[in-house]
Write a protein that binds this ligand. Structure first.
Ligand code: C2E
Ligand code: CA
Ligand code: CA
Length: 670
């Protein structure tokens, strides 16, 4: 068969098929789209001139993997039970058949769609229904009720659990299936009203068996219309969940109580506080933390420590009678009380008047506490906790042994934080974050050979938020992951563009350890490289010493780093020298570059000693076969010294602050 014939054959088959069929090129672009498609999906062939319409609309429910599987299909493939999205954004159930083929000399992929609605009309309709019914009957308890509430039908699973015989149950009413408690009757009424008004009811309910034993089911109650009898019927489909319910109740009892003191634990506290807030109750949230608990603990043994906690709990219970008490962790407690501030602060005096004796020695216990009012100061649980910790930090800074209210200053700082959180969510949504690039100069050639990507945010409402303020808040709220993916995508895109334009520029990206806790981090980075066409060798990931210290203990992080290194990505140890320097992790982690922190560079010209120290750091790096970069270089003098030490590259205001990609291009050309 000639190629031409082949073309006609495939094209004819496609165009004339009585079901939706289309052909894609290997990039996923539509090349042929038949009438049936237009009719059933609503999109016209013209709609598909815009790229990705097929992937992002019609087939948008497919996973990336499935999509790739389709584009790379080498033989006939059938993918069952997918959902397609039509132009009106409704879902269409279908199986698709994927056939790799050739059209006009080019490879293409032909896709035939077998829509459920089309096919169930043509064939098997009865068989399918029968299968469905059998499946339901063998997996669920089922009861059918007539429109007056009398049971007219049920299956054997139902009989088994309810202990009824078919003969007896058929004269009973719907209401007799449920216990006679107030609560249960209320639910039963609700189900009946929902059904008789033509709606589906779904939920967990308690039922009662013939011999009075209660059991739990997950119930779906559906109104149906019997054409034969011209009557409404109600079908109850039930799944026994008694075991799960009991287990859950047991777990809740165990999990919600602090085993040592019997006080509620932090989870229960959270629920309670949420309920109180929902009920618009006003209360003081008092967070009490025993000072220097760790030193106290080291001085004594665990038995004594337990006694101490028990005695402390006893005093809390006596002093804060009728208040809610919770234990947060070893040394921290929360009291929820309507009693006023002066009373709360009086607990410290009470504690001094009633010291805790261990043996016959009074323990020198002091407490730091924070009082936050709800709803006036803070109005959700996380905010209450954060506000308390901030207040306590202030109290401790001033020597501890005090209970203070959330101060005006802390209040403002917290407010700014929560505003930043809210605006950041918006900024991420609307792509309002920007990336600037700070150049690095290779000291041997004097050329710009790399840049560091730094996040910039100028919010229309709150103005510029510096990374030093932004990043810690983002880390706390988890939004750092979104910032991270944004930066990675932008940086890879930019690196790829420069690469195509012939610039030889590596791009550094800052990552925090929290982002690597995501098990898919390496995969995400590699995918982004692929998507943007960026060679892995162009990307440097900057991690801090703190990151390294934590990564050392987490094998999954190390594995992900190794995987990235194997692909050609470089790791830079940022802010080197500012903290935890440990030679262990330098061996354990795949680090190729050291970046000497700016504080060292700034002290460079201050004394001989500093110079020897920094010369030493450079030598150390070289002896470990690492590339050494100095950051925060601001003066010609600093640059010259670093050149003398044979430092590899520098970054800092002397070269340039962080600038736009275009400005980088001018510098790299020069
Ligand atoms: P870093 O990674 O140490 O970045 C270098 C910081 O030093 C940048 O501040 C840069 O503008 C500043 N700098 C550069 N040259 C000089 C100089 O010659 N003198 C002085 N005094 N400063 C200089 P920036 O952009 O405010 O970033 C602060 C920190 O925020 C960064 O410190 C980094 O830890 C973090 N950060 C920035 N962007 C990101 C990001 O996208 N993701 C993450 N996780 N962290 C980021
Ligand atoms: Ca950095
Ligand atoms: Ca740094």
């Amino acid at each position: 068969m000639s190629r031409n014939k082949n073309y006609n054959y495939v094209e004819n088959l496609l165009l004339k098929a009585p079901f939706p069929s289309f052909a894609l090129d290997t990039n996923g672009q539509i090349i042929i789209y038949n009438n049936s498609c237009e009719q059933l999906f609503g999109y016209s062939a013209q709609d598909f001139h815009s790229k990705d319409l097929i992937k992002n609309y019609l087939l948008s429910t497919l996973s990336e993997d499935t999509w790739q599987q389709i584009l790379n299909a080498e033989q006939f493939l059938r993918i069952n039970q997918i959902q397609m999205v039509n132009k009106a954004e409704s879902l269409i159930n279908a199986d698709i058949i994927v056939i790799p083929s050739t059209l006009n000399n080019k490879q293409c992929i032909v896709i035939h769609c077998l829509l459920e609605e089309q096919f169930s009309q043509i064939n098997y309709s009865n068989q399918e229904l029968t299968d469905l019914k059998n499946g339901l009957l063998s997996s669920f308890m089922m009861v059918t009720i007539d429109q007056d509430g009398f049971i007219i039908n049920c299956n054997s699973l139902f009989l088994k659990t309810s202990k009824w015989t078919p003969k007896r149950i058929l004269r009973k009413t719907f209401w007799q299936l449920f216990p006679e408690t107030e609560e249960s009757q209320e639910i039963t009424r609700n189900i009946w009203n929902t059904l008789t008004s033509g709606n589906i009811w779904q939920g967990d309910v308690q039922k009662i068996s013939k011999n009075g034993v209660t059991y739990w089911v997950h119930l779906t109650a559906i109104p149906t219309y019997s054409q034969k009898d011209e009557e409404y019927r109600y079908v109850l489909i039930e799944q026994d969940i008694t075991y799960e319910k009991e287990l859950q109740q047991k777990l809740e009892r165990i999990a919600y109580v602090d085993a040592e003191t019997g006080l509620m634990n932090v989870h229960r506290l959270e629920n309670t506080v949420k309920e109180m807030i929902a009920e618009e109750q006003r209360f003081y949230f008092v967070y009490l933390s025993i000072d220097k608990f760790y030193t106290l603990k080291e001085l004594h043994n665990t038995q004594l420590e337990n006694n101490l906690i028990m005695e402390f709990t006893k005093r809390l219970k006596i002093y804060f009678q009728d208040s809610l008490l919770a234990r947060i962790n070893e040394s921290d407690f929360v009291v929820i009380t309507p009693l006023g501030e002066w009373f709360i602060q009086g607990f410290l005096t009470y504690l001094k008047q009633n010291p805790i004796y261990i043996g016959n020695r009074a323990m020198p216990i002091t407490v730091s506490g924070g009082i936050t009012r709800s709803p006036q100061d803070q109005s959700n649980f996380t905010q209450l906790m954060n506000a308390s910790l901030a207040t306590i930090a202030n109290v401790r800074d001033a020597g501890g042994d005090n209970i203070l209210s959330l101060s005006e200053a802390t209040h403002k700082a917290l407010n700014r934080k929560s505003i930043i959180e809210k605006r950041l969510l918006l900024a991420l949504d609307q792509h309002n974050l920007k990336v600037l690039y700070q150049p690095q100069m290779d000291l041997k050639t004097g050329k710009i050979n790399a840049v560091e990507a730094l996040v910039r945010w100028d919010d229309e409402q709150i103005g510029v938020v510096s990374p030093d303020e932004l990043i810690p808040i983002a880390e706390e709220t988890g939004l750092i992951n979104d910032i991270g993916s944004f930066m990675i995508e932008e940086a890879c895109k930019q690196a790829a563009t420069w690469y195509q334009q012939g610039f030889n520029l590596k791009v550094g990206i800052n990552l925090s350890v929290r982002e690597f806790r995501d098990k898919n981090m390496a995969k995400f980075i590699l995918n982004t490289l692929m998507k943007t066409g960026c060679p892995a060798e162009l990307i440097k990931l900057e991690i801090t010493e703190k990151f390294a210290l934590e990564a050392e203990a987490e094998t999954s992080i190390i594995q992900q780093m190794r995987r990235l290194e194997e692909e050609g990505i470089t790791f830079v140890l940022d802010d080197f020298g500012t903290g935890y320097a440990s030679f262990r992790y330098m061996q354990l982690l795949p680090i190729q570059v050291l970046k000497i922190d700016q504080t060292f560079i700034q002290s460079l010209t201050q004394s001989d000693k500093n110079q020897r120290l920094i010369n030493g750091i450079v030598n150390f790096g070289k002896s470990m076969n690492l590339t050494v970069i100095a950051e925060g270089v601001e003066t010609e003098e600093q640059k010259q010294l670093l050149e003398e030490y044979e430092c590899d590259a520098i970054q800092g205001f002397l070269i340039s602050k962080a600038v736009t990609a275009e400005e980088i291009e001018h510098m790299a050309k020069a």
